[in-house]
Design a protein around this ligand. Sequence first.
Ligand code: KG4
Ligand code: ZN
Length: 342
Amino acid sequence: MDEQKEIRILAIESSCDETAAAVVVNGRDVRSNVISSQIPLHTLYGGVVPEIASRKHIEKINLVIEQALSDAGMTLAEIDAIGVTYGPGLIGALLVGVAEAKAISYAAKIPLVGVHHIEGHISANYIENKDLEPPFLCLVVSGGHTHLVRVCDYGRYEILGRTRDDAAGEAFDKVARAIGLGYPGGPKIEKIAKEGNPEAIAFPRAKVSGGAYDFSFSGLKSAVLNYLNGCRMKNLPICEADVAASFQQSVTDVLVEHAMRAVEEYGMDKFAIAGGVAANGTIRSAMKAACEKKGVRFYHPSPILCTDNAAMIGTAAYYDFIAGRRSGLDLNAVANLKLGES
Ligand code: KG4
Ligand code: ZN
């Protein structure tokens, strides 16, 4: 029998506040996925402190990589390529992963593949949806990004829209802080929103002129802050659950409206969601319902593959690797790396 060679990628992710490593075989078979989260540490400061993030990555990175290899039952000698996030993200945090990947690549003579973080988030959809192939439309919503992307092929993307100001996750985090829920805001807003009425407060649904698919969340965030300040000044009671539910509904409506308009205009029959905010149950259900109405297949990763992880980086690196793309030992971290830019 013709035995096909397995391609084994060791992937590293350190762009923000998770130190992560994974082993992914043939792009979609995750053999290990180790995530060391710094969230409890940053919670003390109400958000990610870049200097602390870099230091923690340095402390954890070797342990996390060793754990990923051991969970996969593999040694470096069995790895075909190292995939690493080289941007966008916090520069000091990215540098830790990139330096580590380059050192392993050099010492063990293993090819290196630099991966774009958003390409990783999009690729998370391939892991549990073995049938998913481009072309499809993907909405990437995280703490740093809100991008509506047409995935034309593996490694080929067209950005249809992006946020003009705050990312969707950033808006969740800022509103959560204003209500007094703490960091990270997304899961906390989602939790208390379950007790609230999404129609209690009419927060705005921003339309952006000049970019059909662009987003803006800073006006919504200001509207929530103004509402809270207004209540406090007038000594009116604030129902946090109603504020959270109404805010979440406003974000959901805008995301769904943009996504479905693009699905229609581009005649897409597959739609995927990715990034930390894609873990949100209300957003997922609304997207699913909207897709079903249009006869469009809806894809989403499990919550653990929505937030930052290295398995998604391994998947993206695999498709780059089989397309012949390699990075040199001069690979550098790029804080504001654009999608589709190498
Ligand atoms: O993808 P991610 O881990 O990191 C970035 O690349 O930014 O996303 C983190 C973001 C945070 O803003 C967090 O509040 C948000 O994702 N998030 C959520 C949920 N879980 C995480 N937002 C809404 N609902 C959630 N359940
Ligand atoms: Zn991310």
